[in-house]
Design a protein. Structure first.
Length: 120
């Protein structure tokens, strides 16, 4: 089980895709991100009636969840993260991405983060 200070829980909604990419950039090998709690397949397909209370807010959360889920899938395919899920109770899971860093990747990131623009 990961150390609590190396476990990050992504808040859903606007900005969560940016938060995910920032986590991928900054996370150390073995850091864990909880990117969704619930039933991911079901929650991604929820439809909201246009006249429902807070419909716009709910639609935004579903759109953000879909965007994050696709970004996580792409990161897993690129071998940047490994994906696991933990069953909390029937029908409720915690979806996790664990950061995988290759030995040279951190050095490359550090080198390019120190590059200064040629034209100031």
């Amino acid at each position: 089980m990961p150390e609590l200070d190396r476990l990050t829980v992504l808040e859903g909604g606007a900005g969560s895709l940016v938060e995910f990419y920032e986590w991928v950039k900054d996370a150390l090998n073995g850091d864990v991100l909880v990117y969704h709690t619930g039933d991911l397949a079901f929650d991604r397909q929820v439809t909201v009636e246009p006249d429902a209370p807070d419909a716009a807010s709910r639609e935004l959360k579903i759109s953000a969840l879909n965007a994050v889920a696709e970004a996580v899938r792409r990161s897993a395919k690129a071998r940047e993260v490994s994906l696991t899920q933990q069953r909390l109770k029937p029908g409720v899971y915690q979806y996790r991405a664990t950061r995988i860093r290759q030995g040279h990747e951190r050095l490359v990131l550090e080198r390019f983060s120190r590059v200064e623009p040629v034209f100031a």
